[in-house]
Each structure stands twice: as C-alpha cells, then as structure tokens.
Design a protein. Structure first.
Length: 289
C-alpha cells in the first residue's frame, strides 16, 4: 500500500504480520507505530532491521517491500508492563498518509482524557478490517498475555468488547490504532482472547513511553515536507516559494515556480504523504509605486 496507509499489514522481516497503527514524529523524524511484538520481534530486533509492508505472512519480502527500519521499543518484562509498543523509522522516499483511516475518514487530535466504560470505539486492522466495539473496562491490572517467551503481565489496560456479532479483533490486528466516536486516537491494540475480548494500551502512555507525538500533519511535518520538496523540485526550475494549503480537506504543499517547470510529468504527486499543488506565479516583486 503506497503511500503507506494506517490499518494495513506490517511487520519485522522475521515476524508474520501485524498492523500499522499510526505515524508518529520526534525531532522532525517520522516513525511507524505498532507493537513491540510486531516491529521489535519481542525485543529480539536490532536497530536498523528491515520492516516490511505488507508483512511477511502477506507476501512482504526483503528488499522489495522494506518501508522502514526498526528504531526502538519499550522492553517487555515478566511483570508490570504498561505497553507493548515500538517504532520503525520511515525509509527515505517512502510516502505515507498519517491523517486518514480508510472507512472512518480524517483523524481528529489525539484524545487526552482516559477512555471510559461504555465509550464506543473503532479500529482498522490487517485481519478483521474496520470493526466497532465498546469499552467494557479500564485500568485493568494483571492481564496475562502469551508471548513466544512465555506469559507476561500487563497493568492499566483498556478492555474492549465487540459492539455487534462480529469480533472486534483477531490475530494480525496487533498494533491497530483505536479511536473513539469522534475519531480521536485513544489506544493501541495488542492482545485478545477467544471470548472476543480485546486489550489495548492507553495511547497517552504509549506516546510518553516512546517520547513521540502522534501524527505528521503538524508544523514539524510541514517543515520536513517543505524541506524535502525544495530539494526535489529544484531540478525542475526556479522555485519561488513552498507553502501549505489544503486539498479536499487534507494538508497539502503548494510549490510555486517563477515560470513553467520542466519535466512536470515526472514530478511527485506527494511528498511525505502531503499532496502537491503546482503553481506558476512569475517573479515576486515588492509592492512599491
């Protein structure tokens, strides 16, 4: 899936497959967010390891499908885990859409208050697609989860039950971003059971543990996209300015040229997940009589 889309198959090159939950940022760098067991191979990964989209179980192979490199994870312990989370640094030139979830639309700003029992939620995952659920419990301690290395205990988790007859999650949905009824990102899915109960890490805990911010449609992302666009488009002519506009409600780059650019057909349509609008504005002069 190019540009990379949230809710799609993803995984470390040795892992079968999980789900791309979100794009996050730190210091103008951009990372894929999912679980440790999806991106970090349960603490066995080394920095720089290949991350594939789609995941290996869905046909992803090295080097053709390498979209990111493992960066870091919150280490898993026998007891007292709060999150199962990891990052992979997006490879140069790989485009992504950090702002939308297929079937739901544009994401709102991250939810800051905790989820509450009874809250309606939704997620898009690799296996079950778009599903809806209801928060059945919060602050759940002592959740015992089976991993390759044995049983690990998690505390302060969110419990979710299906809102209808279909399951909220299944194997392969690990790493999915869970949003509330207002499309505010609220939790990161990581485990489930045969009784159709899903467990998720509160998203504020995940972001704090990894020291990142959710999303890329922010000034930091805009600055990075403008910087890359200046390099990319300079070969096509004299760039008179690059700014941010909107296209169908999405943040987009507006690239101005002083005259008609060369090789327009070969210009990228997006840069770092932001659509590109080309304009010819002529020479810019001071407005003096």
């Amino acid at each position: 899936m190019r540009p990379l889309a949230l809710g799609t198959s993803l995984g470390h090159a040795r892992v079968s497959a999980g789900t791309l939950g979100a794009i996050v940022s730190a210091r103008s760098s951009f990372f894929l967010l999912s679980n440790n067991h999806v991106l970090g191979d349960e603490d066995r990964a080394k920095k720089g390891d290949a991350v594939l989209q789609p995941g290996r179980a869905d046909g992803g192979r090295v080097p053709a499908d390498v979209v990111a490199r493992f960066e870091r994870a919150v280490r898993l312990r026998k007891n007292g885990n709060l999150v199962d989370a990891a990052l992979a640094r997006v490879e140069p030139g790989v485009l992504f859409d950090a702002a939308r979830v297929r079937g739901l639309g544009a994401l709102a700003a991250a939810r800051t208050e905790p989820l509450r029992p009874g809250d309606r939620v939704a997620k898009l995952g690799r296996t079950t697609g778009l599903t809806r659920g209801v928060v059945s419990a919060i602050e759940v301690d002592g959740v015992i989860v089976g991993y390759d290395r044995g049983e690990l205990r998690f505390d302060d988790q969110v419990e979710i039950s299906p809102a209808g007859r279909n399951p909220f999650s299944r194997g392969g949905d690990s790493g999915s971003l869970i949003v509330d009824a207002d499309r505010r990102p609220a939790a990161l899915l990581f485990a489930g059971n045969d009784a159709d109960t899903t467990y998720a890490n509160p998203l504020p805990t995940v972001l704090a543990a990894l020291k990142v911010e959710l999303g890329a449609a922010r000034p930091a992302h805009h600055a990075a996209a403008k910087g890359r666009a200046r390099t990319v488009f300079a070969k096509h002519g004299e760039v008179a300015g690059i700014g941010v506009t909107t296209v169908r409600g999405r943040p987009a780059l507006k690239v101005n040229f002083t005259r008609a650019p060369r090789g327009r057909a070969k210009m990228p349509k997006e840069v770092l997940g932001m659509p590109v609008v080309i304009a010819v504005v002529g020479e810019v002069k001071k407005q003096e009589a």
